[in-house]
Design a protein around this ligand. Sequence first.
Ligand code: HEM
Length: 123
Amino acid sequence: MHKAIPSLLLSAAVLLLAGCQPQQPAADTDTPVPVVQDESSSAADALFTMDDVATHATEQDCYTVVNENVYDVTSFISRHPGGAAKIIALCGTDGTAAFTGKHGGMPNQERTLASMRIGTLRE
Ligand code: HEM
């Protein structure tokens, strides 16, 4: 009898362990899976008139146009290495001449601008 105790204990342990398998949570089909909005195709295809752009002409809400593309540069005003005033001067206006005159052909500035594009200027 006492020889059987270790094997009994062992099989009891095995049974116990088999019974403790972590339960796989059931697939949660109720929680909606967030749809990642493809910003490059939807929001950035919005159309604006110059009148629309002119309504975003403050430091707190600043749109500008460069080469018929519309940009929301509000968050960039305080980060502009050339100073906030240069950007504020473009708010609500067509900033093509000012931007291309100062930064035309400069990859870093053009990339920075491109990252703020929100749409296209409509005739
Ligand atoms: C939305 C329009 C603009 C964007 C996105 C922009 C972006 C930038 C960036 C990214 C830099 C840093 C460049 C670097 O160090 O690699 C810069 C610097 C500078 N920007 Fe602008 N900029 C804009 C408009 C302007 C305008 C209209 C002026 C002046 C007429 C101007 C004058 C300057 C100056 C003086 C500097 C400092 C360094 C330098 O002389 O290049 N920026 N800008």
